[in-house]
Design a protein around this ligand. Structure first.
Ligand code: XMP
Length: 318
C-alpha cells in the first residue's frame, strides 16, 4: 500500500534516474505546500543542483517573504529570493478590473522569472509543484503535456527557454502531498498553511492597487490570521483573509468624526475549495478581531463579516 516514506524513496530514485548527473534544475517557489514539497524531494535527489527562485511580488502577506525565505534556508535549500515588488506595482498602476490585474501580475511574473532563470548557468530542467487536481483541471484546456495553474503560471516559459519539465507531485492529491511533506520534515507552519492565491493581496484590494493600500491590508490581515492561531481556530478553517473594500464610511473617534476604509473578514470551511461554507466563527472571536483592527490600524474604522457561501459567492471577492 501507499506510504509517504515509500513514495519519497521511489520518487527520489526516479528523479536521480531521469535528471542527468550534472543537470541543473530551476523551480519557482511560492511558500505554499506544493512547491515546497517538490523542492524538498528534488533537494533529496540532486542537492544544490536544484535552484529555487522565490519572487516577492509585493502582494504577499505581512513578513511572509522574509519568513518563508528563512524557512527554506533552515531546510538547507538552495533558494534565491528576488524582490520585484516595484515591478509588480508599476504593472498594476491604475488597473481596477480583476482580470486585467491577474494578467498584469502573470505577465510580470514570467518576465521576472525568466530573467532570474537565465542567471542559472546550464539549466536544462524546469520543476513544477503541479499536483493531480491541477492536472485534471487543466487537461481540458491545455492538454496533459502542459499543466500549469495560474498561481505557478510559467506558461510558455519551458518552450521559451527550451527547458524540459519535471513534476514530481503530479500523481498526488493534496492530503498525500502533506503526508510526503511531513515525512520530509517540512515545518508545520508551511505544511498546514491555508491556500493563498497567486495574485495575492491584489485580488483582495477591490479597485486599483497602491503600495499604501497593500500596507494597510497587510496589517489588518496579520491581525486576523494571528488571532485565528491564538484562538486555536486556524487549523479548523480552509482559508481566511481580509478584503479591503473601495468604500469609506463614517465613524467616530473621541470627539472627531472619521471617514475611513471598510474591511471585510472572510473565512471558509471547505474540502477542496470548489464549494465552501462561511465559517461560523465565535462572536467573541469576531469582536476581538474587529476591535483590534479598528484600534491598531489607522485608516480602517469599520469591519464586517462575510456570511456568503460558495456557490453562489466565491471565496475571493475578485
Ligand atoms: P474562488 O475565489 O474562485 O477561489 O472561490 C477558489 C480558490 O482559488 C484561489 N484563487 C486563485 N488562485 N490564482 C490563484 O492561484 C488566481 O487567480 C486565483 N483566484 C482565486 C482562491 O484563493 C481559493 O483558494
Amino acid at each position: 500500500s501507499w506510504t509517504p516514506e515509500h513514495f519519497v524513496s521511489s520518487m527520489v530514485a526516479a528523479l536521480q534516474h531521469t535528471i542527468g548527473e550534472t543537470d541543473q534544475v530551476i523551480l519557482g517557489l511560492s511558500g505554499g505546500v506544493d512547491s515546497s514539497v517538490a523542492a524538498l524531494l528534488l533537494h533529496e535527489a540532486i542537492g544544490p543542483r536544484l535552484h529555487g527562485i522565490f519572487v516577492d511580488n509585493g502582494l504577499l502577506r505581512k513578513d511572509e517573504y522574509e519568513g518563508v525565505l528563512q524557512a527554506y534556508e533552515v531546510l538547507g535549500l538552495n533558494v534565491r529570493g528576488v524582490d520585484a515588488s516595484q515591478e509588480f506595482y508599476s504593472a498594476l498602476a491604475g488597473l481596477s478590473d480583476p482580470e486585467l490585474k491577474r494578467k498584469a501580475i502573470g505577465r510580470t511574473f514570467i518576465e521576472v522569472f525568466e530573467r532570474e532563470a537565465k542567471k542559472v548557468e546550464g539549466a536544462t530542467w524546469l520543476a513544477q509543484g503541479t499536483i493531480y487536481p491541477d492536472v485534471i483541471e487543466s487537461v481540458s484546456v491545455k492538454g496533459p503535456a502542459v499543466t500549469i495553474k495560474s498561481h505557478h503560471n510559467v506558461g510558455g516559459l519551458p518552450e521559451l527557454m527550451n527547458l524540459k519539465v519535471v513534476e514530481p507531485l503530479r500523481m498526488l492529491f493534496k492530503d498525500e502531498v502533506r503526508e510526503v511533506g511531513a515525512a520530509l520534515n517540512l515545518p508545520p507552519d508551511i505544511l498546514n498553511r491555508h491556500p493563498f492565491p497567486g495574485p495575492g493581496l491584489a485580488i483582495r484590494i477591490l479597485g486599483d492597487i497602491t503600495p499604501q493600500k497593500v500596507l494597510l491590508l497587510q496589517k489588518a490581515d496579520a491581525i486576523f490570521i494571528d488571532s485565528l492561531r491564538e484562538y486555536g481556530l486556524y487549523d479548523k478553517i480552509w482559508q481566511a483573509g481580509v478584503m479591503l473594500l473601495p468604500i469609506q464610511s463614517v465613524g467616530v473617534m473621541g470627539d472627531e468624526r472619521t471617514y475611513e476604509q471598510v474591511v471585510a473578514l472572510r473565512a471558509v470551511t471547505s474540502v477542496d475549495g470548489m464549494t465552501a461554507d462561511w465559517a461560523h466563527l465565535p462572536y467573541d472571536f469576531l469582536a476581538h478581531v474587529s476591535n483590534k483592527i479598528i484600534n491598531q490600524v489607522r485608516g480602517i474604522n469599520r469591519v464586517v463579516y462575510d456570511i456568503s457561501s460558495k456557490p453562489p459567492a466565491t471565496i475571493e471577492w475578485e
